[in-house]
Design a binder for this molecule. Structure first.
Ligand code: GLC
Length: 612
């Protein structure tokens, strides 16, 4: 351990950040510097590894911990254990623990799960998204983590992309507005904020991470980790623009994209990572690779790894999400510096950026979890905020043929609720919930659509629920005032979600038609994107609502469909007639969607107008 506080400028919380950075950097050995550039998965992290390698960061990959039994205090104990090891290292540099809190602190049981970004984009509510960021920050800090790998600021060009739901929308303007999540997560920057300098308001905030830089949502044929083919001026206008807005809010970290631009991979793209992001845009935080992002610079991934490290670090990657083979990574990088293939200046630049964020984030002062925040996890206030977000995210696409169908009568005598998604919290939350790919069932605390309907209708109303409508139930069609059919996508993430057909799974269209041709029906579609709507679905359904992936607070849906609140959601992405049209481009003369970008009806609208 280095001597006491007085002799160490970097340990003096009142010293200027840059003086602390300079002082600490000057005392670090090359192995310690390389250690700070190393981000490892917690399954390979031990007290010895963290201490001996001076590891800079830790993360967990979804699913490798006892979810149901792991309350936030479990997480705080685990992360504090790692942190104490780091604080016992020679220079006592704290780790930064990152987590995929992309719609609430979704790795943690009992956390509030907010609508995924595509639904938040439908709200167009900048302040709502900022408040969601602030709530998420509390729930992340409560479990001891310091860094959220959010917001994803992809601009999604084509809904066939498996990460469409992680995008706020198909145009840069919508996505840029929703970057208010950064101010929520990190705190509002001061008036005199110097553009590009990291900023964090205090102990109840977390480091944000805008991802994935850049053009991840614009790849050719919507192939995840594919190739975005654009002239630079269009890349800047369509995909870089949201990062400028994030940086103006004091963004602290950026995650590089697996994808390529005009055939060149982003993880080794010096022009975009260094000349554009760091020099032109003035970004002073650090760039982190994606998971095994350096490995994917070679084919097969991981081959010639030393050369991948050389390309990535020289291009401008500052911290590497290795995440397992930390010995190989550190040995290769030290060797590259000693051989002169990576300059010490590049290493110092990377480490300065990492230390700057750690100082600005207050990690040296607030290294351990603040247990007083534990009651915020899944608290009533946050669930009410999530319920508000659900309400505002719903987009009404059709509301009756000749007379309005919504709002529904909550005192009807008998109603039928049908479908795979009516009573499945896991389906309601989608991917990146509990595990990376998501799961079916009552995976955490929350309210399903069926729960919400039952909680809203009158005591005299009989609610009949069938996951799949039976013949006898449909035969008794005259006994029902109306039906609600809930169908949609199964949870997925990343490449697993790439889909060229976009047909409603589990016979969703057939279920809708079977019910709607017999009983006046409201269809609620749970999906991470616009889906193909069969003509008979559009024709037979009295009303149609896009609910996206609303998360745990299903009561927000009942609030609107029964009329306590008005619809206000507007499409964040164009709704296609046929996948043959994709990608739709609002700037093109051939733009003929089923429902245009920005479309959304209210209770009093009747026509399912398709006019642009
Ligand atoms: C992933 C994703 C990225 C995520 C990271 C850590 O592969 O691309 O969005 O933050 O790994 O889980």
């Amino acid at each position: 351990m280095v001597d006491n506080e007085k002799s160490c400028v970097y340990k003096n919380r009142d010293a200027p950040v840059e003086a602390r950075v300079k002082d600490l950097l000057s005392q670090m050995t090359l192995p310690e510097k390389v250690g700070q550039m190393t981000l490892i998965e917690c399954s390979v992290a031990s007290q010895a590894v963290i201490k001996d390698y001076s590891i800079g960061g830790l993360l967990n990959r979804a699913g490798n911990w006892p979810f149901e039994d792991a309350k936030s205090s479990y997480w705080a104990d685990m992360i504090d254990g790692f942190q104490r090891s780091a604080l016992e290292s020679r220079l006592g540099i704290p780790i930064i623990y990152g987590i995929d809190a992309v719609h609430g602190n979704n790795d943690v049981y009992g956390a509030t799960i907010f609508p995924h970004n595509i639904g938040l984009g439908a709200t167009r509510d900048v302040d709502l998204v900022r408040r969601i960021g602030a709530a998420t920050a509390l729930e992340v800090r409560a479990c001891g983590a310091h860094w959220a790998f959010a917001p994803c600021v992809a601009v999604v060009k084509d809904p066939r992309w498996g990460r469409c739901y992680e995008s706020y929308g198909e145009v840069a303007q919508i996505v840029s507005e929703m970057t208010s999540l950064v101010s929520g997560l990190q705190g509002e920057p001061p008036k005199e904020h110097t553009n590009g300098y990291p900023f964090l308001a205090g102990r109840k905030n977390v480091v944000a991470c805008a991802k994935h830089f850049v053009g991840d949502g614009g790849t050719n044929k919507a192939i995840n980790e594919g190739n975005t083919i654009l002239p630079y001026k269009d890349l800047e206008r369509k995909h870089i623009a949201p990062y400028k807005k994030c940086i103006s809010q004091g963004l602290s970290t950026v995650m590089a994209s697996y994808s390529s631009w005009n055939g060149d991979k982003l993880h080794s793209h010096h022009f975009l990572l260094t000349e554009v992001l760091k020099q032109k845009l003035g970004f002073k935080g650090y760039v982190v690779s994606d998971w095994e992002g350096l490995d994917r610079l070679s084919d097969p991934p991981g081959s010639n790894y030393r050369n991948c490290v050389k390309m990535g670090i020289n291009a401008g990657i500052d911290m590497v999400m290795v995440p397992f083979k930390y010995e190989k990574f550190t040995n290769d990088l030290i060797d590259l510096v000693e051989s002169g293939e990576v300059s010490m200046a590049r290493i110092d630049d990377a480490v300065e950026r990492i230390l700057r964020v750690k100082f600005v984030a207050g990690l040296f002062e607030y290294s351990l979890a603040d247990r007083t925040l534990l009651p915020t996890v899944g608290c009533k206030e946050h669930r009410e905020l999530a319920r508000e977000a659900v309400r505002k995210s719903l987009v009404l696409l059709k509301n009756g043929k000749y007379a309005r169908f919504l709002p529904l009568n909550c005192n009807a005598e008998r109603i039928l609720v049908v479908g795979t998604h009516a009573d499945d919290l896991g389906y309601q939350c989608g991917g990146w919930t509990k595990t990376m790919y998501g799961q079916s069932g009552r995976i955490t605390n929350g309210t399903t659509l069926l729960d919400a309907i039952k909680a809203t209708v009158g005591d005299e109303t009989e609610v009949i629920y069938e996951k799949t409508p039976s013949e006898e139930t449909l035969a008794a069609r005259k006994s029902f005032s109306y039906a609600i059919v809930a169908v949609g996508e199964l949870p997925y993430a990343e490449t697993m979600g790439d889909n060229s057909e976009l047909i409603i799974p589990l016979n969703g269209s057939e279920i809708i038609t079977a019910v709607a041709e017999k009983i006046p029906t409201l269809v609620i579609l749970f999906s991470g994107r616009p889906m193909f709507l069969e003509p008979q679905v559009l024709e037979k359904a009295e009303a149609l609502v896009a609910a996206w992936l609303p998360g745990t607070e299903g009561q927000g849906m009942a609030d609107v469909i029964f009329g306590d609140y008005e619809f206000q959601g507007k499409l964040p992405a164009s709704w296609f007639k046929s996948v043959d049209q994709l990608p739709l481009d609002i700037e093109s003369n051939g733009y003929l969607p089923l429902f245009p970008l920005g479309f959304g009806l209210g209770h009093d609208s009747v026509e399912n107008s398709n006019t642009v």
